[in-house]
Design a protein around this ligand. Structure first.
Ligand SMILES: [Zn+2]
Length: 315
């Protein structure tokens, strides 16, 4: 299905999201089996590299299915409420304006910023004042006062502050017949905790591991809650979230153009020793146009760039 898709149209993104997720889910299922075997055979080696991808875990854990069930339940409740309201004579017009569950939702911002609370570990790191340069990694937790204003893109959300540039980038790619879509955007700390717990349970049930063993293995592929860059809302995992993405025209297009829209590939193969995360050709982080172009010129990842700026006296 995904091979037939052409354009980065927001509406199409919503409609076809399910197909792409299902493809990712199938690929992931195969990969996971391989990986469980491989990880066990490399046990005891240093745990410095990990995958940061959430989409894999999400596809596996059935969060999407649970969400569909919640939406369905909400729709039933809404119908009941509407019937009650109808019977009490309240106008139906306002109710009809409410978006219905399951429909593709166009990009739009909600009104109020939401605080996202993380653990306090790593809070002694001094962040730069530019919020687009916030650093979140295995050592540095999401700042405890970080706020996200969700904007919908397909079935995913991102922080509203990156919406315009993301949309502009998708539109420009579409002009070049490159189709980009968001497989995974903002993710709360609670969601991440749920993902981790499910993975631990899975290893305990299926691989006969102790809780400690299962946790250790799970943390090789899943970022600790509070330490995923997806908590910032400034990040998108694009398209099918697979290693094969690096071989696509879409990836080539991004390599040439993403910085113009303020996005950088966050985890590169030549920076693994610094970021601690394996090459992720699909994970793009918004840092702002000027910063992105400068990072490209200096050939630096975000950890290096933040240190570099601090050295230049930037606060
Ligand atoms: Zn990611």
């Amino acid at each position: 299905m995904k091979f037939l898709l052409k354009r980065a149209d927001a509406k199409l993104t919503g409609i076809y999201m399910k197909d792409s997720l299902e493809v990712a889910e199938d690929m992931e299922r195969t990969e996971r089996l391989d990986r469980a075997g491989k990880s066990r055979s490399t046990k005891g080696q240093s745990v410095s590299r990990r995958r940061e991808s959430y989409n894999r875990e999400k596809a596996r854990s059935g969060v999407g299915k649970a969400a569909t069930a919640v939406i369905a339940a909400a729709a039933i409740c809404l119908t009941a409420v509407m019937l009650v309201i109808y019977n009490t004579g309240v106008s139906m017009k306002e109710m009809n304006a409410t978006p219905t569950g399951g429909m593709p939702i166009n990009l739009s911002a909600s009104s109020e910023p939401q605080a996202v609370y993380a653990d306090t570990e790593g809070q002694d790191f001094v962040q730069l004042s530019d919020p687009f340069l916030v650093l979140v990694n295995d050592q540095v937790a999401l700042p405890s006062d970080w706020q996200v204003t969700p904007a919908f893109i397909g079935e995913e959300t991102v922080d509203n502050r990156i919406y315009d540039q993301l949309k502009a980038m998708f539109d420009a790619a579409g002009q070049d017949n490159i189709w980009l879509w968001v497989a995974s955007g903002y993710r709360s700390v609670d969601e991440q905790e749920g993902v981790l717990q499910r993975e631990i349970r899975l290893h305990m049930d299926n691989d006969g591991m102790s809780e400690e063993e299962a946790r250790e293995l799970s943390l090789r592929t899943i970022a600790r809650p509070g330490h995923s860059e997806h908590h910032t809302g400034l990040v998108v995992d694009l398209n099918d979230v697979s290693d094969g993405f690096e071989e696509t025209e879409a990836y080539r297009w991004l390599s040439e153009n993403a910085a113009e829209y303020g996005f950088v590939q966050r985890y590169r193969s030549d920076k693994v020793e610094i970021t601690g995360i394996d090459n992720e050709s699909w994970h793009y982080r918004y840092v702002g146009r000027e910063n992105a172009l400068e990072m490209q010129r200096l050939d630096m990842c975000l950890e290096e760039y933040v240190e570099y700026l601090k050295g230049q006296g930037v606060r």
